[in-house]
Design a binder for this molecule. Sequence first.
Ligand SMILES: [Zn+2]
Length: 108
Amino acid sequence: MNKNLVTYSIIFLILISLFGFNFFLSLIGNLLLLVLLIPLLILSVLLISFNSLKSKVNTCSQCGTVTFGINNTCMNCGADLENENTNSTESLKKPSETTIEVKAEEVK
Ligand SMILES: [Zn+2]
């Protein structure tokens, strides 16, 4: 342990004599900034991506897998998601009306 400390301190002193103390201070400052900023950046990117993807989330009515954005077909079973999604949202909004319509058609 003592040997390691001595060697590290010697290396540190040599480096300070070579680069100067301000260099190390700036280096440490930059490292701290990076450590603080990277999680913030990741969080902001995640939030932005989540908000942009939230509108494009498609759930497959065939198998129930959730696919994001660009693909109009299901990743798992390859079903067409755009048509199914519009159908499912309509049926979710007005389940009673659709059933009533079906019954009325049957009566006619
Ligand atoms: Zn599917």
